[in-house]
Design a protein. Sequence first.
Length: 533
Amino acid sequence: MAQVAVHKKDGSKLQRMLLLLAFLEGATVMALEILVAKMIAPLYGASLYVWSSIIGVTLIALATGYYAGGKLSQKFGGIDALLKLLFAVSLVLGVVTVISPGVVSSMSEYSIRTASFFSASILLGVPIALLGMVPPLIINTLTSLTKDTGRVSGLVFAVSTLGGIFAALIIGFYVLPVYGIKGPMLVMSVVLMAFVMVGFVREKKLLLPVVGLVLMLALVKLHFKKPPRMKVMKVIEQLESVYGQINIIDNMYKQERILVINNITQTLVNFDALNVSQMGYVHNLSIFSSLALNDKPNAKALLCGLGGGSIMTELTKMGFDADAVEIDPRMPELGAKYFEFDQSSCEIYIDDARHFLRNSNKVYDLIVLDLLTSEVQPSHIFTIENFQHLQGLLSEDGILIINFQGYIYGEEGRAARSILKTLRAAAFNVNVFFNPDEIRKIVTDIFFIASSKQLDFEELDYSKRNSCCRRSQLDLNHLQDATAFDLEDAILLTDDNGPILDLYARKGNEDWRSDFVREYLLWTEQKLNVPLF
């Protein structure tokens, strides 16, 4: 085993520096995990399968690094070996910053799960494996100062874990929303390289610092290289958050403005009417919502999932006294800035919908759940515990409308049928609305319209529809009673088993995501230069 001769008076100083290295290693591992997940999300989503790929690759790479680091520590030790290892890590991070968009888009011909796993393997595998080699080398060096190996090992991994906690909170809460993805990764690369350079200079080894400086300047230059200007598709704002990448895109050819989260369309309008949705489901949902007005002068409505504000705009124009719950604090401002959403038209609460509902004591005549983020369905919302709680938040004639995307027939429709079964178990009378010509071919919107009482859809008051809703071609022949569906293989969704919805909805989610991947490939072929992140 390599031994490191250290004078006693320098031991305390060396220990502090090594523990700082352990902290940086843990912070870099966690930051990398989050940032690469956000790199993959714009094209392949942020579903359970994508996160499973990220976590799986991270653990494989760490295990490899720990083993390799242990073997390496038998031959090499001390600060010199650690500095060279971190030198390699900093360069790899700089390279990943530059090549990541190309790597992610190059996997687009594979299935979503395969593409996300391969992308994670390329972008995470090497840097995480190298970082995994750091703790064994630190432990080996520290044990040359003390024979208490167990205490040293525990201390190193504790400090490394603290670094990971620090990075997770800072990256998720502050850095990503403001600075995006590639910038923070480049900063990590530069910080590590600066640390390495200081270490080598103190060791009076100047060649590697000079080489590192030259290579880092080249990588920084590549990072800031601007893509060609787009003439047809213009990304007028791009933001990152823990919930997904947010893009505001102007399609100059179609004269449309689009709000997309992880490149799935959430809001779509024309330039000549920025507050009027071009998505049919918005108008259909608004028409069904008119049932809850019941000639009440101040009918109360709650919209869970604000997005660009298109649904809320229609509800308030129809006369609802409305509240909105939105998990992303920037959505109301984006709606106002780009889609003429009037923030003063309703009360807006920034919260998770389930948490808000659990703590609300208001009674509503209408509750709308429109909570899809990208292709991720909020399974914790569709449980019997939540549906039973919603019963207590609805007035005697109150109506619950859920917008769900997917299928409803066959094995691929098991998720929607399970939601239907759970609504009925919560003592709701339920009708289901969808386009039967679409639902067997493509992923489409499915409305669950539920109430304690049986609803009479002949009472739909079309005169209450505003000019937005009149664009809709609502066909009540597409409305079906819950008894029309075989629910034998559907399950009752609970807080305990709710995540199984991700498994049941897999085909619908993958089909929807695959549609965008094909569209992105078309954009690439047309050289529209829409940045992935």
